[in-house]
Design a protein around this ligand. Structure first.
Ligand SMILES: Cc1cc2nc3c(=O)[nH]c(=O)nc-3n(C[C@H](O)[C@H](O)[C@H](O)COP(=O)(O)OP(=O)(O)OC[C@H]3O[C@@H](n4cnc5c(N)ncnc54)[C@H](O)[C@@H]3O)c2cc1C
Length: 523
């Protein structure tokens, strides 16, 4: 029989990890606290402490997610409806790209597959042939979630309809500060100890160089066996104390600043994240229940902070709720995610701009790697090395997908975009592009997170069709295939017509109480 009980003498005498200290109370810190508390809930000897500085505060941005967030909530047995109500969340079916493939262009990157296979061959092959012949609509039209997003609608995927073109997935837009607060309450109920204080000094073991204790400005000392650095861009443990090093990817992702400014909602909330290309970068627009999050990601060589703030101010859809706030960043990755007895997550581990809303997902992925490879004791160099290698590979796949957006842009005549189109790209991405053009396929490694359908959305959105489609398509009657595609399109149009508006769906099922929304907007 399995048991989690341990004899006290056994615990005292071994060198197992018995104390985890998390530094930082932003999204990453409280996600780590919740996930670790859930993992060790039945473990009598593990102590989890989170220390955060009220003085320093959190970054407070990070509002669009990917569907994996739903798995995170499920793991913690958090009901989605409760989470949505308390974090002012809305639903996200896709990302809409405006102006990336030319000034008036628009396409979606949805969280679902395109169409359904015909006669055992993937939809893509039929679509490529018919698109070349001018007999198929843009690929978005064969995706229910893209069409619902276009129409400002939302409905949950219905049980029993989890296949074919009616299948789709969704994510959330939420208020990052409220999410941290929600997870804080969850974690503290699960036994996580919370300490408020600013770390003034990190004590390292003279022999091993391991972190032994944190000394606080306010006085007091926190000891631990394993430290999780979620201290944001500062990297208080991983960089300031351990000098792990950072690898910049700025040669491929030239944007190095963002300016953020929330505004009042004046339009019904869209059920997708808007990504709008602009002359020196791109803007995000993320609708929450009580406000809209706006930001402009730009390259400081092409736009000053004042110009960027002005661009943002002049394009938001409602009265500003705060002054524009500039956030400088260096895109890249920490050289080791796990160094000695410090594991870093969130902004302390690296930064990829929020074009595909992947940062919070990467926190989740990092936690899965840590929990899945939790050491019996540290050091365990082989284990740490393996986790570092895998994590880095995962970051690189996502990095390549983001670079693709810049590389394929079609905004000719604008210096920033011309530079991006002509820049050198990583070999891994060059191979992916070449393979797709020739075969319509995506390298297995490249599709670890962004699946083939995601790459197809981007290539098709930028007007790139592969040279290849499967020969079996030529065996089928062309008119019949065209008819199949039309009925798929009309089936989707009917499902969209039946769905409520996104606003009506939120109001009916998971609206944040108005008094709470007003209090939050006021603060
Ligand atoms: C412009 C921008 C837009 C973004 N948009 C998205 C998005 O749409 N989707 C997405 O998934 N992600 C997005 N992100 C990323 C997202 O914001 C972060 O991944 C996420 O919020 C995690 O932040 P964090 O917890 O690592 O850091 P922070 O929020 O910065 O928290 C750091 C914590 O460390 C504490 N701390 C720091 N120093 C000390 C010290 N000396 N002593 C004690 N405590 C200390 C602070 O008090 C704070 O609690 C965006 C990021 C930026 C910059």
């Amino acid at each position: 029989m399995l048991t989690t009980q341990q004899g006290t003498s056994e615990i005292m005498s071994d060198n197992r990890i018995k104390s985890i200290v998390i530094v930082g109370g932003g999204t990453a810190g409280w996600m780590a606290a919740a996930a670790l508390a859930e993992r060790f809930i039945s473990n009598r000897y593990m102590q989890i402490t989170l220390v955060e500085s009220r003085e320093i505060g959190t970054i407070g941005v990070g509002e669009a997610t990917v569907p994996h967030m739903r798995e995170f909530l499920k793991r913690l047995r958090i009901a989605e409806v409760d989470f949505i109500k308390r974090t002012s969340a809305t639903f996200k079916l896709a990302i809409g790209f405006d102006g990336w493939a030319g000034k008036d262009s628009h396409f979606f990157h949805p969280f679902s597959e395109h169409g359904v296979p015909l006669l055992g061959t993937a939809f893509q092959h039929y679509w490529v042939k018919l698109r070349r012949l001018g007999r198929a609509a843009p690929i978005d039209r064969y995706v229910l979630s893209s069409e619902m997003a276009r129409a400002g609608k939302f409905a949950l995927p219905r049980q029993g309809q989890g296949s074919g073109f009616l299948f789709f997935n969704y994510a959330f837009h939420f208020d990052a500060t409220l999410v941290a607060r929600y997870l804080k309450s969850w974690s503290m109920t699960a036994g996580v100890k919370h300490v408020e204080g600013t770390i003034a000094n990190v004590r390292l073991n003279a022999e091993t160089g391991f972190v032994e204790a944190l000394e606080l400005n306010e006085g007091g000392r926190i000891e631990g066996d394993l430290f999780i650095d979620c201290s944001g861009f500062r990297g208080v443990l991983i960089e300031q104390a351990l000098a792990t090093g950072y690898e910049s990817w700025g040669q491929w992702l030239p944007c190095d600043r963002a300016v953020a400014m929330p505004c009042e909602s004046r339009m019904p909330p869209s059920s997708y994240t808007k990504s709008i290309a602009s002359s020196g970068g791109w803007q995000w627009r993320i609708p929450l229940q009580h406000r809209v999050g706006n930001g402009y990601v730009y390259c400081s060589r092409y736009s000053s902070d004042d110009e960027a703030a002005q661009t943002l101010r002049s394009t938001v859809e409602g009265p500003a709720l705060a002054e524009p706030r500039v956030l400088p960043f260096t895109t890249g990755i920490r050289k080791k995610i796990w160094n000695k007895n410090v594991f870093c997550l969130g902004l302390a581990s690296g930064f990829l701009e929020p074009l595909e809303s992947t940062s919070i997902y990467l926190v989740q992925k990092g936690l899965a790697a840590l929990i899945g490879s939790f050491p019996q004791a540290i050091p365990n160099p082989a284990l740490q090395e393996d986790v570092n290698r895998r994590t880095r590979a995962h970051w690189e796949h996502i990095r390549d997908f983001i670079i693709l957006h810049y590389k394929l842009n079609r905004r000719e005549g604008e210096p920033f975009w011309d530079e991006c189109r002509h820049m050198a790209i990583p070999d891994s991405l060059a191979e992916t592009i070449e393979l797709f053009r020739a075969t319509g396929r995506v390298r297995a490694e490249a599709s670890e997170f962004f699946k083939a359908s995601s790459w197809l959305s981007m290539f098709a959105g930028f007007g790139i069709l592969p040279d290849y489609y499967h020969p079996s398509v030529d065996d089928a009657n062309e008119d019949e295939i065209a008819h199949e595609l039309e009925s798929m399109g009309s089936g989707i149009a009917r499902a969209v017509a039946d769905a409520p508006t996104h606003q009506a769906f939120v109001q009916a099922n998971c609206a944040m109480p108005e008094s709470r929304a007003r209090a939050i907007a006021g603060s």
